[in-house]
Design a protein around this ligand. Structure first.
Ligand code: NAD
Length: 485
């Protein structure tokens, strides 16, 4: 019998499901059991062509609709997503392995927030009037045209919506390529947009590996590329986009610092460290994986952290009591286990976890290392799994310098009761998305994105509008034209 997660077809183009079985089969594996639950096919060149030409053809008419009309469609899509939250969350759990306890509140709901927020903004995109004596200039905020979205595997519904909603609000069309690891959820986003009244062709989904992504990025019809992925992929995609002088948004990896001063409320700081390392089993780009703890509270912090981490419930992700799921794939599990071994070899002190869980599926125990030093591999490289490194520090000046000593700059957090210090420290940290006495909140109203190697551009908030539109300026002369001859 066909598994309920199996989509009707691999791709969604021009308002309908499309199949081409000549494309390489991509198995969809449920991470909690290792069972194959669905198959999709990578896009063939014919499918890529169909998606791009459709999106190109649909864009102009979509941009000519009023913002109010476009916004109404996006807001209707948000309502449909919320009404179907349970089914969409179950699918997200099949796609990623993340526990239903999380997906019910963080995926389709976050996608719906983006559709609602950008739907609400669509009608307010206006230009300026600039008086110049009798003459004047007016500006128009126009769509970029055809946008390509490329997703990572940790938040397949959210990423499709965080890219699709602002793109569509501004009058662009989009071809979205999900990660080959999690191809299912974006198809539902495309389906829902059509149901909400979006014209066929404005939001299309094609499947495939990096090769398909590359074909989309290099096509001359494409005006913008928005990627969520790793730094090495980001460098390749940014370079390819530059060849065609295309706009880019790059949401890439991180190795973010979470700084805990000894006046911090310990339980809140432990809660922040847990949210910033173990949510989605650590598969979150903005995670605060370098937890700097001031020496005075180190042992107290570690004891409370180990105690609370021991309360994680590993198990069937579809059971709402489960609070900690598997790694997305066997490969990702092995990468993370490799880092754990490196941590042990390089002399970090294992506080808890440190191995694969004794159960089916790709589960790794939530792992905490203490006495981590700045040069250890686990303190330098993005692990993308449930491995927290706790480092000690003495002074504010020292911790800020060490926190910034990385190629990444996605997020940063600070826990302290001294608010003057909190703002001063955040002001000195090289990061795009920061937190004071909290960690990893990502409301659609707030800009999200990184500095340094962690990215270019911002998602969410009014900032995202700037990255999916461009300004045209128009000089209007009221009098005669003076010319030299
Ligand atoms: P990845 O870089 O391996 O792949 C990302 C996407 O790029 C996939 O869809 C992949 O098929 C595609 N791709 C690969 N090569 C390509 C190429 N040459 N041209 C075009 N597309 C190509 O990343 P991943 O393993 O799927 O995701 C994990 C990474 O994503 C981590 O580094 C994580 O930090 C990052 N991430 C960042 C954010 C953020 O918002 N900053 C969010 C989630 C994940």
């Amino acid at each position: 019998m066909t598994h309920p997660a199996q989509p009707k077809a691999s791709h969604f183009i021009n308002g309908e499901y499309v199949e081409d079985t000549a494309g390489t089969p991509i198995p969809v594996i449920y991470a909690a059991t290792g069972e194959q639950i669905a198959t999709v096919h990578a896009a063939t060149p014919a499918i890529v062509e169909q998606a791009l030409s459709t999106a190109k053809a649909a864009q102009k008419a979509w941009a000519r609709m009023t913002g109010t009309e476009r916004g109404r469609i996006l807001r209707r899509a948000a309502d449909i997503m919320r009404a179907r939250n349970h089914d969409l969350s179950v699918l997200e759990t099949y796609d990623t392995g993340k526990p239903l306890q999380e997906t019910l509140v963080a995926d389709a709901t976050s996608g719906a927030d983006a559709l609602e927020y950008f739907g609400g903004l669509a009608a307010s995109l206006t230009g300026e009037h600039i008086p110049l004596g009798e003459d004047w200039v007016y500006t128009k905020r126009e769509a970029l045209g055809l946008c390509v979205g490329i997703g990572a595997w940790n938040y397949p519904t959210q990423i499709a919506c965080w890219k699709g909603a602002p793109a569509l609000a501004c009058g662009n069309s989009m071809v979205f390529k999900p990660s080959e690891t999690t191809p299912l959820c974006a198809l539902k986003v495309a389906e829902i947009l059509i149901e909400a009244g979006a014209p066929a062709g404005v939001f299309n989904v094609v499947q495939g590996m990096g090769e398909v992504g590359g074909a989309l990025v290099t096509d001359p019809r494409v005006d913008k590329v928005s990627l969520t992925g790793s730094v090495p992929t980001g460098k390749k995609v940014y370079a390819a986009a530059a060849e065609g002088m295309k706009h880019v948004t790059m949401e890439l990896g991180g190795k973010s610092p979470l700084i805990i001063f000894d006046d911090a409320d310990i339980d809140n700081a432990v809660g922040g460290a847990i949210n910033g390392n173990f949510y989605s089993s650590g598969q979150v780009c903005s995670n605060g994986t370098r937890v700097f703890v001031q020496k005075g509270i180190k042992e107290k912090f570690l004891a409370r952290l180990a105690e609370r981490t021991g309360n994680a419930i590993l198990g069937d992700p579809m059971d709402e009591a489960t609070s900690f799921g598997p790694m997305v794939t066997e490969n990702q599990m092995n990468i993370v286990l490799g880092y754990i071994e490196k941590g042990k070899e390089e002399g970090a002190r294992l506080i808890c976890g440190g191995k694969r869980a004794d159960m089916d599926g790709y589960f790794i125990e939530p792992t905490v290392f203490a006495d981590v030093t700045d040069d250890m591999t686990i303190a330098r490289e993005e692990i993308f799994g449930p491995v927290m490194s706790v480092l000690d520090f003495d002074t504010e000046e020292e911790v800020v310098a060490r926190a910034n000593d990385t190629e990444f700059g996605l997020s940063a957090g600070v826990f302290t009761k001294d608010f003057t210090r909190a703002h001063r420290v955040i002001g000195n940290l090289e990061a795009g998305s920061c937190f004071i006495n909290s960690y990893n909140d990502a409301p659609v109203e707030a800009p999200f994105g990184g500095v340094k190697a962690s990215g270019v551009g911002r998602e969410n908030s009014k900032e995202a509008i700037k990255h999916f539109s461009q300004v045209k300026s128009v000089y209007v002369r009221m009098g005669d034209v003076e010319a030299a001859f």
